[in-house]
Ligand binder design. Structure first.
Ligand SMILES: Cc1ncc(COP(=O)(O)O)c(C=O)c1O
Length: 372
């Protein structure tokens, strides 16, 4: 018998997602409805009702192949933001668009610039595809230090420069002026990829308006967050320069958007009411949890988040993030352990902003750890 021997083609970092409520409920014997799920930055009010109705209606068509370019969805997205469908490419979540951007715009071994820390998938996909991630540091309380970023950009001439606005994991925002400075400093063969996954929660959306001025700018968006459709998997890239979109369409998996994603995406993208509701809750609860945390000793909320999550710094030297993470889990509170986010580390946890009952559960559980 011939023995097979497989060498791993790809080694290294694997993405660590937030835990599911079902897993924690089963492991700790906690009723599902008493779990505060604060590790995946999901919508506090669930799915867009309009998207949900459209998905149910479209379920009868799943025997048919979808349009391979998701044209109707591209039309809906283009119409919303004032562009042609040819200026839009859709992905099974924004993460798929990120992976396509890395493959289409950087060759093997070419540099891809990102902040440290950053959304791990920029780095993971770059490494998996043999592209070379290059990092620009963040400063005190994760200040994006755009002067430094531009300096690094000029030194390494990246093929792609990712800017996350607001930043994940800190929630810090890059100003419009600074995004413009990055676009203007980028050479003609650097693609600026502005990731606006959480932009609604900043109440200051400007990326789309910059597009017509910058032929090397692409804005990346998702319906997973403010639209409440993380489980549907709909994301997109949009650029005023359709030459940026064409290669993405060429390399994308052919039928990457199914009938349900297309139908739910078309209905969801127009559900402004749902977005407004989520933003209102997140803005109010961000202030609420900041206030509540100010009286819990041993921890500090890192200031400046404009997203639906924030970083919690652990001040007590006898605690680290994994210990706090596990203690919170036992109390039915799921957050993200900073040790699982390279560049962040064991003094931090990332915590979602969600409904008041979940924020209260989180703060109470944290206060118990302090005295334990
Ligand atoms: C910064 C950032 N970009 C993109 C995404 C991808 O979202 P999705 O693939 O669900 O559309 C996420 C998800 O966590 C994110 O944090």
């Amino acid at each position: 018998m011939v023995k097979a021997s497989y060498a791993a083609l790809i080694e290294g970092e694997v993405y660590v997602p937030g835990l599911s409520s079902e897993y924690v409920a089963q492991k700790y014997g906690i009723p599902l409805d008493q779990i505060a799920k604060l590790g995946s930055a999901e919508n506090p009010h669930g799915p867009s009702p309009k998207a949900l109705a459209a998905v149910v209606e479209a379920a009868g068509r799943i025997d048919l192949y979808p349009d391979w370019t998701a044209k109707r969805l591209r039309e809906a997205i283009g119409q919303k933001y004032g562009f042609d469908p040819d200026n839009v490419v859709c992905g099974s979540g924004e993460t798929e668009v990120i992976s396509m951007v890395i493959r289409a715009f950087a060759r093997p071994d070419e540099p891809v610039l990102m902040h440290d820390p950053c959304f791990p998938l920029y780095r993971i996909y770059s490494n998996c595809e043999g592209r070379r991630p290059v990092f620009s540091p963040t400063g005190k309380d994760f200040d994006p230090m755009i002067d430094r970023y531009i300096e690094t950009m000029k030194q390494v001439h990246p093929k792609i420069a990712f800017i996350t606005n607001p930043h994940n994991p800190s929630g810090r925002m890059v100003t419009k002026e600074d995004v413009i400075r990055v676009c203007e400093a980028a050479s003609a063969d650097t693609l600026v990829a502005l990731d606006e996954a959480y932009v609604h929660y900043t109440e200051n959306e400007f990326g789309m308006k910059l597009l017509p001025n910058y032929p090397n700018l692409i804005v990346l968006r998702t319906l997973s967050k403010a639209f409440g459709l993380a489980g549907l998997r709909v994301g997109f890239g949009i650029a005023a320069n359709s030459k940026l979109i064409l290669p993405l369409r060429q390399i994308k998996p052919t039928w990457n958007m199914g009938q349900l994603q297309i139908a739910g995406g078309i209905a969801g993208i127009d559900d402004e009411e749902h977005v407004r509701r989520a933003v209102k809750t997140v803005v109010a609860m961000r202030a609420y949890v900041a206030e509540r945390l100010s009286s819990v000793a041993g921890f500090r909320m890192v200031p400046g988040s404009r997203a639906n999550f924030f970083l919690l710094e652990i001040l007590s030297p006898e605690l680290d993030s994994t210990k706090v993470f596990n203690e919170l889990l036992k109390r039915g509170v799921i957050v993200k352990d900073g040790s699982d986010i390279p560049g962040l580390g064991s003094r931090y946890l990332r915590v979602d902003v969600n409904l008041q009952k979940h924020m209260d559960r989180f703060v109470s559980a944290l206060a118990e750890i302090r005295v334990a």
